[in-house]
Design a protein around this ligand. Structure first.
Ligand SMILES: [Mn+2]
Length: 227
């Protein structure tokens, strides 16, 4: 089975609870739409776990991107003092930054900013559309566009392409909905396959709501756990 999740934000225990609930196994796949770090208190513990899951594919969100920009700035100002740079990077995560090592820094740096599969796209904040509402080529988008997009979350922004776009970044409760995954069904579609949806909004504002959820591609079901 193939699951998609976003914006775990350091909620390590809740993430494990969710994996337990869906009985996540070596034959399953997990896509993570960014923002695994900050807000919650186990950013690096969570990132380490995810980096070692062979069947998980993760992209960068704005929180990973901001961390990388800080890292790149340090590398420019004192490129040879690696011990000092690592100390500063560890201090970036006040709760469990001491767990950060160079291997994980390299893992963050290698994260893609989107994933495109046959039936769906994973992005953190959103994709840009042309005037006809078709998705502009993803390989031409900048990281900033993909991790900070402000308009894609709006209900009226519905891409015409046949692929479903999974995104997070803004908690659904900030848009006046409940802490539930918000699917946007195409007109006349039944909703039993992922391409029946224009887009699916995954960010449940876990650090505020205490709810974490994921979407199952094959059956279009959502699963939730609560603190
Ligand atoms: Mn975000």
């Amino acid at each position: 089975m193939t699951y998609i999740i976003s914006d775990i934000h350091g909620e390590y225990d809740l993430f494990l609870k969710l994996l337990d609930k869906i009985k996540f196994s070596a034959s399953d796949k997990l896509y993570i739409c960014g923002d695994i770090v900050e807000k919650g208190s186990h950013s690096i513990k969570l990132a380490k776990l995810i980096s070692r899951l062979p069947n998980a594919k993760c992209i960068a969100g704005n929180h990973e991107y901001a961390f990388l920009k800080y890292y790149w700035g340090l590398m420019q100002s004192s490129p040879s003092d690696f011990d000092e740079i690592l100390r500063k990077l560890q201090a970036y995560f006040p709760d469990d930054g001491y767990l950060l090592d160079w291997e994980l820094v390299d893992w963050f740096e290698a994260l893609p900013y989107y994933i495109e599969e046959r039936e769906f796209i994973c992005v953190h904040a959103g994709v840009s559309l042309d005037r006809e509402r078709f998705i502009l080529p993803l390989e031409k988008a900048t990281p900033e566009q993909l991790v900070y997009d402000r308009t894609f979350k709006e209900a009226a922004v519905l891409p015409k392409d046949g692929k479903c776009v999974f995104f997070g970044h803004t908690p659904t409760i900030n848009m006046g909905w409940e802490s539930k995954i918000k699917p946007y069904l195409r007109e006349g579609a039944r909703g039993d396959k992922v391409s029946d949806y224009y887009k699916i909004h995954l960010d449940l504002g876990t650090w505020i709501s205490g709810v974490l959820g994921c979407f199952l591609i094959e059956t279009c079901q959502s699963f939730y756990v609560q603190k």
